[in-house]
Design a protein around this ligand. Sequence first.
Ligand code: BGC
Length: 439
Amino acid sequence: MKDFLWGVSTAAFQIEGDDGKQGRGKSVWDSYCEREGVIENGDNAKITCNHYEKYQEDIALMADLGINSYRFSTSWSRIFPEGIGKINSKGVDFYDKLIDGLLEKNIQPFLTLYHWDLPQALSDRGGFQNPDFPNWFAEYADFIASRYGDRVKNYCTFNEPINAIATSYYAGVFAPGHRLNREQALGCMHHMHLAHVRAGKILREKNAHVGVAMSTFEEYPAVLTDRCIDEAKTQFFKRDCPLNSIDVYMDPIYLGYYPKWVLERFPDFAEKTALTREELKDVVSTYVGYTTYSGRPILENGQEMQRPLGVAKSVLGSILDSNGLYWGPKFLTERYKLPLYVLENGIACADWVEKDGCVHDTGRIDFLRQSLEVIERLRKEDVDIRGYFVWSLLDNFEWLRGYSCRFGLIHTDYESLKRTPKDSYYFYRDYIKNIGKKV
Ligand code: BGC
């Protein structure tokens, strides 16, 4: 019980802000925000929550919340403005102070190296397409490990690999918005695998825990028959397109080999990957990270179950369904046989500061209540789950959606930057306080 991590998650680009005087280099998301019509309302993340200057206030809020871990990401281009080479000491100091401030409050830092904000300078050289990508990432990881490794023990190399590769380099939806062909995009994925392995080896030398934060399509059995469970599990791991297939992303870095089907179907790719079997043979991952926001019920016949009319949804349209949170950890720990952390789980609600000065986000409280019940259930069923992180600490820049929706336990006023803890913040705080008595 004592070792379980109760936390919240954020990402650098979404909360830090940059007034242009901090020495941070541009990232692909800065450039994406400059493109017309891409981000809702033309929003950008120049100020966002200004966590860069307000981090002490945010740490105090985390301490009051009672969490014992905080998942955040370092901005690669804040440390290496050009992606490699020259270092920005202001950026390095910022993370030093953040990490020390957390530790003073007994909050363990959980550091993500890559939460989508690729340095623009590296993107100009092809980003994930460049075979040098693993070397660049290793240089970055090496710096992080030597500078912060004495204090940070938990690392996530890549946040949501599907979004980092398929959504960004294949579907052209996220920055840098490339629409490569399938083979080229698979090459990007392959470079990400190698980068994970290289960085993982470096971090493991510091006795650190290493994993990725995996999003999935959250399939689960609609009925509890063996056939339905098998069907849901199959769909959970394997999709027709390898760029959306969890097993193709995860097996290499968790099991040390690619799924057979992908090598058979893509002989060209197989030839390239065969060269790197050697590289993949040391599995550096020590835990599975999972991010989940909903669930997708699958019937015995493989079809998705129809939802009732008027089913409860978040303001972003994701269905209120905590079964993804229940079944994902079961499937993932069964296949990879490693401890699991839920690194993101949350909901976007329509909430605001009401006349009484409070934010009564009852929808989010209900979501959290359902999620926390699932966590308790999983722990009782002996699933090796080691932590749960709410997305997110505070309302922030929601990528393509800009500031149009709110995920925080804390409300952010984007004019005054005032933070107002919502009712869900107090709910989570009470839950953490009382959990020792329950589990
Ligand atoms: C991402 C976050 C994002 C959240 C809510 C996750 O996919 O990691 O950066 O804000 O979902 O959409």
